[in-house]
Design a protein around this ligand. Structure first.
Ligand code: ADP
Ligand code: ZN
Ligand code: ZN
Length: 744
């Protein structure tokens, strides 16, 4: 017998694969999961290659302990996707592939239970003809079993056991008699349209054109679906998917959303529309699922029984052997960027995956990321535009800027940050029985608690950040590390009892609203009010049910909710983002304000947006009030081009965390020095190491080093060569490289 070896990917921070001897009875196949000894432990790995020789000396070779027989192998294409991601984001294949699997599969002790496929049986014509005559009349349990088989297309063994405890043995006998057969997992009947055609809305011309383009696409076809808020992008996805799924009866689709829990309507729309597909054809994938469910859903996708996977960013690495279309809703959303571990962009990987598989990918947004917009401008992505709202007589809301400076000069004081015009508008909505949103991107009661007498400010002892005052929770909290303490009664420095909150968060605005708009039912939605699982959904359903007059909240309220009765949106404190040092801040602000404004006037009632600002002539606000994304995007792209910023250059960031800032900076300086001689480095600009804005978090000091190049290839090859050097450097607690960083 000749020796067989396997090359295995393991979740270790090393860009190498590991060879093992393979001598188990089951055939080794690339893509199978195995259990292998690693150091003193045993870990689950992925076979990437089956070999007949290895360079590893025989005395160093260890044996594969177990192989996951029941799980079909991951495809070569999937391994290629993971390899691409590993390469692009400067990681090892194992660091990408293993974390992409559900936790339960990475625990070999759970393989058997997880993968026990339930056997199903169905009645054959012979059985239908004979079974009832042969069974004794008094054998009621047996007859019930036969009836159940006759009534269903197929019957699972566990259901059968519930009807008769000896079902397994009985089925063996019936199989032998030719009455029944083993049935495949339930599949939808082919050629039956997966949608109930009756209740579909009549598409607008713009929607129809978009659907036609997507459904008619051949091969790799990236689309930018640029549609104003409420233009019915979801309907376009649903139609395009329905056409594809009914034309290709075993095809699969992947639909990515930034956040599933905040947009239950989206999932509900999919489930309703595709209700005619077999049970279990739509599965979700997101971090909120219990482990068992996550594993089951992953397996459903992997084995092809799930036709549609609806998921958050992590679903981009799902195994989908029959994937034929990808949709990325709200493609601009920063939630598509994973900010720890493998720092990937699910949107970018979606485009790569579509290219790899030669299939269409639809990126939808009212405010596309400038990266995507630039691709469309160059003609690399096909642009599909929805300029109008889909619901008859729903117009885009009118945006008005409330000049806070002018209000002040005219002696019209704000009450606790709420301007006169906003208060008046809120009151008139209340009188008319309409709903309002007040948007403010800061949670807590006040960001600062300070003493006027001595200048003391409440800070987090572990972070270089203020502690935020939380009034209902009666606590000072750090939003960076979770530190919490009671609110001091007096100044800890000088004893002054007049310590006062400065600035405003959602809790304070909630309190103010209750007093300036008497009689209004005010509800706050932010990370604090929705901490308990499922509570966001419950709160949102109160809004939909009309039990709320004014909803105040952070960007959680801006996401894709289709509020039917909201006619007013008030925006507070947006100005701070105008002058951020982050060059993407204005792009994000424009997207957020468009998104939140888009909640108003969706169902025929005219909508109005009031933005309070000290800079009413700022170009961003002017573009916003003209609903002019295109103008804003092109002007911002021109600025980026002049300043040589992405998407006109490519960036990567090395971040280091040390016990002191000096240690972090020293590490980065050493790393920069080692970078210079690497291949490709001559075409990369290396900036000076700088501390992060919030330099200390949880007693760890953080600094970063930005690298930039006009050549993606040069940057990538230098980064690759840099990895071993970085691993050899000492002196910091942690470091990581991020390719295409979002926060610079
Ligand atoms: P977007 O995602 O573009 O903001 P949605 O997909 O949420 O917009 O659609 C907005 C509203 O318009 C939803 O209530 C949806 O049911 C409705 N809608 C979509 N298409 C049509 C149509 N063709 N006719 C009537 N209503 C539609
Ligand atoms: Zn004091
Ligand atoms: Zn802290």
């Amino acid at each position: 017998m000749t020796d067989v070896f396997v090359r295995v990917a393991i979740d270790q921070p090393m860009p190498v694969l590991f060879d093992y001897r393979y001598s188990l009875p089951a055939d080794p196949i690339a893509g199978k999961l195995v259990l292998v000894p690693f150091g003193r432990r045993e870990v689950v790995g992925l076979i990437c290659e089956v070999l007949s020789t290895t360079d590893v000396p025989a005395n160093k070779l260890r044996d594969v302990s177990n192989i996951c027989v029941d799980c079909p192998p991951l495809s070569a294409q999937w391994i290629a996707l993971a390899s691409f991601a590993a390469d692009y984001y400067q990681r090892g294949l194992g660091e990408v592939a293993l974390p992409a699997l559900p936790q339960a599969l990475r625990d070999a002790s759970r393989w058997e239970r997880l993968l026990a496929v339930e056997e199903r049986f169905s009645l054959l014509p012979a059985g239908r003809a004979e079974i009832h005559d042969v069974l004794p009349a008094r054998a009621t349990a047996l007859r019930r079993l036969a009836d159940a088989l006759a009534a269903e297309k197929s019957l699972g063994l566990s259901d059968a056991r519930a009807l008769h405890p000896k079902a397994a043995a009985i089925f063996d006998e019936w199989l032998a008699r030719g009455w029944i057969e083993r049935a495949a997992a339930e599949t939808p009947p082919p050629h039956e349209s997966p949608t109930g055609a009756a209740q579909l809305p009549h598409l607008t011309d713009e929607q129809r054109d978009a659907v036609t383009a997507i459904a008619g696409a051949q091969g790799f076809a990236p689309f930018l679906l640029h549609g104003v808020t409420g233009s019915g992008k979801t309907e376009v996805y649903l139609h395009a998917l329905a056409e594809m799924l009914s034309a290709q009866p075993d095809a699969q689709a992947l639909v990515l959303v930034p956040e599933i829990n905040l947009t239950p309507q989206f999932e509900a729309a999919f489930r309703a529309r595709f209700a005619a597909l077999a049970a279990g054809s739509i599965v979700t994938m997101h971090s909120g699922l219990a482990e068992g469910e996550r594993a089951r859903n992953w397996l459903a996708a992997h084995t092809g029984s799930a036709r549609i996977v609806l998921g958050t960013r992590l679903a981009i690495l799902a195994s989908l052997p029959k994937l034929e279309m990808i949709v990325v809703d709200e493609e601009h959303d920063p939630a598509y960027k994973q900010q720890e571990g493998l720092r990937y962009s699910a949107r970018d990987l979606a485009v790569y995956r579509a290219k790899q598989l030669d299939i269409p990918v639809v990126l939808g947004s009212a405010t596309p990321s400038l990266e995507t917009w630039w691709q469309a401008e160059q003609g690399r992505y096909t642009r599909l535009t929805l300029t109008r709202r889909a619901v008859a007589d729903a117009a885009l809301p009118v945006v008005r800027l409330v000049d806070l400076e002018e209000e002040r000069q005219r002696g019209r004081a704000s009450v606790e940050g709420l301007s006169g015009p906003l208060i008046a508008a809120l009151k008139s909505r209340l009188e008319r029985g309409e709903q309002s949103l007040v948007f403010l991107n800061r949670r807590g009661y006040a960001p600062i608690l300070s003493c006027e007498a001595c200048g003391w400010v409440a800070g987090c002892p572990r972070c270089s950040a203020y502690a935020v005052l939380h009034k209902p929770e009666r606590a000072l909290r750090c939003h960076h590390c979770g530190w919490e303490s009671r609110i001091p009664k007096s100044c800890p420095e000088c004893g002054n009892i007049d310590i006062a909150p400065m600035g405003r968060g959602t809790q304070r605005v909630e309190e103010t609203l209750a007093s300036v708009v008497p009689g209004a039912r005010v509800l706050r939605i932010d990370a604090d009010s929705t901490r308990r699982k499922g509570s966001a959904e419950a709160l949102f359903s109160d809004v939909h049910a009309g039990e709320v007059d004014i909803l105040v909240g952070t960007q959680m309220i801006a996401k894709g909710h289709d509020f039917r009765r909201v006619t007013l949106v008030g925006v507070l404190n947006a100005d701070t983002a105008l002058f951020s040092h982050d060059f993407r801040a204005s792009e994000r602000l424009f997207a957020q304000l468009t998104q939140v404004s888009g909640r108003a006037g969706r169902a025929g009632l005219p909508g109005e947006v009031l933005i309070q600002t000290r800079y009413p002539r700022h170009a961003l606000y002017l573009a916003l009030s003209r609903q002019d994304y295109v103008g804003f995007a092109n002007a911002t792209l021109a600025e980026r081009r002049d300043a040589r910023l992405p998407p006109f250059v490519y960036q990567a960031m090395l971040r280091a965390e040390g016990r002191t800032l000096e240690a972090a900076i020293a590490f980065l300086e050493e790393a920069a020095a080692a970078f210079a001689p690497l291949p490709g480095a001559d075409r990369v600009t290396v900036y000076d190491p700088v501390p992060l804005t919030i330099v200390k978090v949880f007693n760890v000091h953080r600094a970063q080093l930005l690298l930039e190049s006009g050549s993606r290839a040069a940057l990538q090859s230098a980064l690759r060569a840099w990895q071993p050097v970085l691993r050899s450097l000492k002196g910091v607690l942690r470091w990581n490289v991020e390719v295409d960083p979002l926060d610079v």
